[in-house]
Design a protein around this ligand. Structure first.
Ligand code: KG4
Ligand code: ZN
Length: 337
């Protein structure tokens, strides 16, 4: 089986080919960062227009890269939500129409389910049950994955997602979009103990998160500081520690309460080195197996969508519906389109 994956939910055009025996055989990722940088965030209309320009050429490129033709495809998987509606519609329209022309199944994929299976791309099989911390620009979720497509949401952010908190805090420290990786870089020169930020909801016995207060705390501390380069780095350091402390504490609670011995972190924020190593330590301590996606599969990519499409096809679900349907808001525990 050969599955084409199309990801266009936000500001990255991700295209990949997944082969059932060989795994990912080709992939391309085009990031729109430069287009959105001058606006300090993603401009939805510009994102859609650029996906139109890039999707077909990148599909041709991955086919050429792996020496395949369109008619070799078994199915086409595309991100149907959640995400920016215009951006989603580009991938969905191209994916659905191509599949129709080729008389093959089209498989609408939930973007967060793509992130969930991404760490297993390198293992060729997904291990259930597992706990998952999905931390991206739009979501912070703690999940119990009982089986493929069977997800219990244990906790979520009640306000900003972890990635959103990274991005907003980075912006107020004067860093460029996208702020998360920049803030993490700045934090490497920051010092421990200079600032003391809150760890929101860390002692609450549930699995929910709240990150917007943390951003406000950084703002106040920054306004009252000398605003020097070292101060910015110290604040970035403490912010990263605070957010990691909360994420790791909630993950630990979930492992202890459920007794689950397998854990996944995924989504853009799982590229954060401090979070990765703290989670590794915590899981080792609790003798829980940690599955971490390699860096290229943490942030948005076409490979996770192609792989998720393969898993869905294996499970026997593909869509014969010709409607081009997307869901900008789509809860992970209700996967019906
Ligand atoms: O999964 P993703 O690529 O897109 C969404 O589905 O949202 O996640 C993007 C988010 C952004 O908020 C970005 O700042 C954050 O992931 N991110 C990071 C790092 N790399 C990406 N946050 C903290 N540290 C990083 N190294
Ligand atoms: Zn994502």
């Amino acid at each position: 089986m050969l599955i084409l994956g199309i990801e266009t939910s936000c500001d990255e055009t991700g295209i990949a080919l997944y082969h059932s025996e060989q795994g990912i055989v080709a992939q391309q990722l085009y990031s729109q960062i430069k287009i959105h940088q001058e606006y300090g965030g993603v401009v939805p209309e510009l994102a859609s227009r650029d996906h139109i320009r890039k999707t077909m050429p990148l599909i041709q490129k991955v086919l050429k890269q792996a020496n395949y033709q369109l008619h070799d495809l078994t199915a086409i998987a595309y991100t149907a939500g959640p995400g920016l509606i215009g951006a989603l519609l580009i991938g969905a329209s191209i994916g659905r129409s191509l599949a129709y022309a080729l008389k093959i199944p089209a498989i609408p994929i939930h973007h967060m389910e793509g992130h969930l299976v991404a760490p297993f791309l390198e293992y060729k099989t997904v291990h259930y049950p597992h706990l998952a911390l999905l931390v991206s620009g739009g979501h912070s979720l703690l999940i119990l994955a009982k089986a493929f497509s069977e997800y219990e949401i244990l906790g979520r952010s009640i306000d900003d997602a972890a990635g959103e908190a990274f991005d907003k805090t980075a912006k107020l420290l004067g860093l460029d979009y996208p702020g998360g990786p920049q803030l993490a870089k700045l934090a490497t020169t920051g010092r421990a103990g200079v600032f003391q930020l809150p760890r929101p909801m860390i002692h609450r016995q549930d699995y929910d998160f709240s990150f917007s207060g943390l951003k406000t705390a950084v703002l106040h501390a920054y306004q009252q500081s000398d605003q020097s380069a070292q101060t910015k780095a110290d604040l970035a350091y403490e912010f990263q520690q605070a957010i990691t402390d909360v994420l790791v504490a909630k993950a630990k609670r979930a492992i202890m309460n459920t007794g689950c011995k397998q854990f996944v972190i995924s989504g853009g924020v799982s590229a954060n080195q401090v979070l990765r190593s703290r989670m590794q330590q915590q899981c080792d301590e609790l003798q829980c197996q940690l599955y971490l996606p390699s860096l290229e599969y943490c942030t948005d990519n076409g490979a996770m969508i192609a792989y998720c499409g393969f898993l869905r096809l294996q499970q026997g679900s593909s869509s014969s519906d010709l409607a081009i349907q997307v869901k900008p808001r789509w809860p992970l525990n209700d996967l019906k389109l």
